[in-house]
Design a protein around this ligand. Structure first.
Ligand SMILES: [Zn+2]
Length: 72
């Protein structure tokens, strides 16, 4: 099965997993994953990074089970 990019309106194949969480509502054990194509991976990562959410981009086939702790 081919995974699709999470960006609204994009139907490209997802090559990247954008692993993130919102520290205000998610515990450290939670990892949300957005899938992204080559074109949108930076957009999605920056979107989260500017909100000071921990975000790590990995291969779409290897999402993280846990994000590094952040000291904000
Ligand atoms: Zn896309």
């Amino acid at each position: 099965m081919t995974e699709r990019c999470s960006r609204a309106g994009c139907t490209s194949e997802a090559l990247w997993a954008v692993n993130w969480r919102n520290p205000r509502i998610h515990g450290a054990e939670r990892v949300k994953v957005w899938l992204a194509c080559d074109e949108h991976v930076e957009f999605l990562r920056d979107y989260l990074a500017t909100r000071a959410f921990p975000v790590v981009v990995t291969d779409a086939a290897a999402p993280l089970e846990r994000l590094p702790e952040v000291t904000a």
